[in-house]
Design a binder for this molecule. Structure first.
Ligand code: DGJ
Length: 802
């Protein structure tokens, strides 16, 4: 619901209020973003009325009066806005911030006018309220097909210079989300240089807030880090990588210091953009904190000529007073229904086998088909041929740009292979990396000026490849044509779109020298144009994003790709942390996760097969290992896993996701997902390292119906006696040497029953008390009720409403 009367503005959802007002000076004063200022009944009543009754308007005015900060003069060395309006902008909460008229905190907009002046003063002149959600014109943005979203556009102008700024707010009541973006217009005859155009600036009337962001590096994505901002500035940013990378995801949380997973206030912010970004929380330590988010200003500058406009990406804001889990659930709903789109939005995602960790570059059509047949036997549904199928690509040194088949590997071309895969009964997917060009490629030999590099200067290498200059429309058109042809003729059901290096030597041979500061932003809009053309042309293809794993895992990409490969790290123990990190902002159905072989190829760690599956099951499941090398017993296990996943797939992929509070500094991690109707849940307990004589274990499941009864159970399973090493001699009539052939033979015939949970409890009890699990193994005391949890063990648990 939006209330607007030209002076007071309220954006309201069931649980969130965002309020601001116009001051006499024309500045927009921020009043509140957080918990609802109204009762649920009042909200429902106001929502239904187009024009508020006088009594409701009066109530609104009273609430405004109650929460609005009092204005006082700054004193000392502070500046007032004008003689007429003696307000001190530095002391106020503002919807839009800029330098020059008293506000000297983090700005949202920085411009340099033609006369060299950098003072910017945007003042209110109008507003508009519209039903529905309009898309941004040059950037991907959220959408609404529920007819519930509403937009408020606040129109500001800097009269001294004939520039205008629209602040665009959208309310998504079904998921307690509000978004913001901004558009700058130049109506003057002179060009304006934009040095910074952020998407949102939100002031909080308190300091000492916690700023949580997600960082890492290749194969170590989404590690959660928090810093308290009592004064000064905490920043999350991608400065110059050219992509929203694994180093810093654009999603951040501003919260109270003591907010937990299930209680306390927090605001999640994300950006629908995939390039360099900037999120910062700052405070002068007195009484206000300012949060800003948007395109990274460093290295960015844009010349806006007469009659032109520039859009800032859409920023997504989700408040919750039910802790981080509450905020995440709002974000998840928003991403699933208002960001991800098209044929695959609500469809269950297929279980895939990917050839990368099975074969790398070393494959033939025959070896791919053997892998596909084994995959089919296991119940897998989609075969993905990864890197190495095109040009002369036998390693990563050549051929990017030459998107035609390597006929030595694929004698009958892509289509020939795809037909055979379809005959086996699997869908067929292909890997591409279209934004790149190898120096050793036909494309580079034909178009050296299409690479992003500084002509005549040395170029810094990254995975032996260069980035194509997508600021050049001709390059984008070429990619659209070549890939359209591949997708049309290749019999392709799925595309893995990879991108494997950061920007260096940022320079567009296409742009004039004075516009080089626009290169990275134009690269992104060029890429978005390509993705939009291809996804519209091939609506049934399932597109999966990837950028050396989970770089560029962001909402911009999710407007085109229904899912993204979470990390090149397939080690299950590391994946627990990586997927926990993603879960703060992104729903499980957007994350892809694969079971791979052990020792793991990134860490050489050996984790149990069940754990590799259990972790991958809380996402889009895939296998990335050579099934042809597995013995029958292992393949039978894989079959069982695939069957179980299919049975629970809709909940694993699209259920409501809950993180349990972690125990022992992350040594024990629990997750659970709940069906939309609350009738069923799947949960997991993972324990990283064994702690001696730590027998107690409790599994809680959140989000079920409190007063309904559930059957809580685990699945029966058998254990290998070799797990117990020498201890076999405690029961064996003859001495068995640990690791001997006899030990192996016994293990084939003697299997031990694993512990089995099966009980009944209420939803509320599961949520608050949990279920006391069988005691964990401790020293030699073992029976069939012992929960054997060696290092990196995990268990799945299920709840079904009775
Ligand atoms: C990086 C990706 O993340 C991997 O999964 C794989 O596709 C390789 N690229 C192929 O070069």
């Amino acid at each position: 619901m939006i209330y607007a009367d030209g002076r007071l503005f309220l954006l309201q959802t069931a649980n969130t209020s965002y309020m601001f007002r116009k001051l006499e000076s024309g500045h927009m004063e921020h009043l509140h973003f957080g918990a609802s200022l109204f009762s649920k009944d009042k909200y429902e009543k106001m929502r239904k009325e187009l024009d508020l009754e006088a009594a409701d308007k009066e109530l609104l005015a009273k609430i405004e009066k109650a929460i609005a900060p009092k204005h006082y003069s700054g004193g000392g060395n502070m500046n007032n806005y004008s003689d007429e309006h003696s307000i001190c902008l530095e002391l106020m909460g503002l919807e839009m911030s800029s330098f020059g008229k008293g506000d000297i905190r983090e700005p949202m907009v920085e411009l340099t006018y033609a006369d060299g002046n950098t003072t910017v003063d945007f003042i209110y002149y109008d507003y508009e309220v519209k039903d529905g959600k309009r898309a941004l014109e040059t950037l991907p943005s959220s959408y609404d097909d529920t007819n519930k979203a509403q937009q408020l556009i606040i129109k500001l102008s800097d009269k001294e210079y004939a520039t205008r700024l629209d602040l665009i707010y959208t309310v998504f009541p079904d998921c307690d989300v509000i978004t913001r973006s901004a558009v700058l217009y130049n109506d003057s005859d002179n060009p304006v240089r934009i040095d910074r155009l952020l998407s949102a600036s939100v002031d909080f009337y308190e300091t000492g807030l916690l700023f949580t962001s997600f960082h890492g590096r290749w194969a170590y994505e989404m590690q959660k880090r928090s810093s308290l901002c009592k004064a000064g500035k905490v920043v999350c940013e991608e400065l110059a990588a050219g992509e929203s990378g694994s180093r810093s995801n654009p999603f951040v949380i501003v919260s109270a210091e003591d907010t937990t997973e299930d209680s306390g206030e927090c605001c999640g912010f994300n950006l629908i953009y995939s390039g360099n970004h900037y999120e910062a929380l700052s405070s002068n330590g007195s009484s206000i904190s300012r949060f800003v988010t948007g395109i990274q200003p460093a290295g960015f500058c844009w010349t806006l000529s007469k009659g032109e406009s520039l859009e800032a990406p859409e920023a997504v804001m989700a408040y919750s007073k039910e802790g981080f889990n509450g905020m995440s659930r709002n974000m998840h709903r928003f991403v699933r229904k208002h960001v991800v789109r098209g044929t695959w939005r609500d469809k269950e995602r297929p279980i895939l086998i990917n050839s990368w960790e099975a074969n790398y570059f070393n494959f033939t059509q025959g070896s791919l088909l053997s892998l596909a047949k084994e995959a089919k036997n296991c119940g897998i549904e989609l075969f993905v041929m990864d890197d190495g199928w095109f040009g002369r690509r036998d390693d990563d040194k050549s051929s990017l740009g030459d998107w035609y088949p390597n006929t030595k590997k694929l004698p009958h071309g892509v289509n020939g292979l795809s037909e055979k895969i379809h005959d086996i009964g699997l869908k067929f997917g292909i890997w591409v990396e279209p934004e790149m060009i190898s120096e050793d490629s036909d494309l580079y030999r034909a178009h050296p000026d299409w690479a992003m590099r500084i002509p005549g200067k040395p170029h810094s290498p990254g995975r032996n490849q260069m980035i194509l200059d997508l600021a050049n429309p001709e390059v984008c058109d070429h990619i659209i044509t070549v890939l359209s042809d591949l997708f049309e003729t290749g019999g392709i059901d799925y595309v893995k779109w990879d991108m494997n290096r950061n920007e260096s030597d940022v320079y567009s041979p296409y742009l004039p020298p004075l516009r080089q500061g626009e290169t990275s932003y134009r690269y992104m809009t060029g890429l978005y144009r390509i993705l939009s053309a291809l996804t519209e042309k091939f609506p049934d293809i399932l597109f999966e994003g990837c950028a050396s794993g989970g770089n560029r895992f962001d909402l911009g990409m999710l407007c085109y790709f229904s899912q993204i490969w979470g990390s090149d790290d397939t080690d299950a123990s590391e994946r627990v942390d990586i997927q926990t990190g993603y879960s703060y902002a992104y729903p499980p159905v957007t994350v892809s996760s694969h079971v791979s072989s052990v020792p793991n190829q990134q860490t050489l760690r050996v984790t149990p097969r069940e754990t590799r599956f259990n972790v991958a099951a809380f996402a889009n499941l895939g296998y990335e290992c050579n099934l042809c090398d597995m013995d029958q017993a292992t393949l039978d296990e894989v079959k069982k896993q695939v069957l179980l996943y299919k049975e629970w797939r809709s909940i694993f992929q699209n259920g409501r996701f809950y993180r349990g509070e972690t125990v022992d500094n992350g040594n024990v991690v629990t997750w659970n997902v709940v069906s939309a109707d609350g009738s069923a849940s799947a949960g997991m307990m993972f324990r990283r390292l064994v702690v001696a004589n730590d027998q107690r274990g409790v599994l809680k499941m959140h989000g079920l119906e409190g007063d309904k009864k559930y059957r809580f159970y685990s699945l029966p399973f058998k254990m290998d006696v070799r797990l117990f090493g020498d201890l076999i001699n405690m029961i064996s009539p003859v001495h068995v040497k640990n690791g001997s052939m006899i030990h192996d033979i016994i293990s084939r015939f003697v299997k031990l029953d694993g512990e089995h949970e099966d009980t009944v409890t209420f939803g509320d009890a599961l949520d608050l008390a949990g279920v006391e699990l069988s005691p964990a193994y401790s020293s030699t005391g073992f029976n069939e009720r012992t929960r054997v949890f060696p290092d990196f063990a995990s268990r799945l648990y299920f709840a079904q409403k009775l």
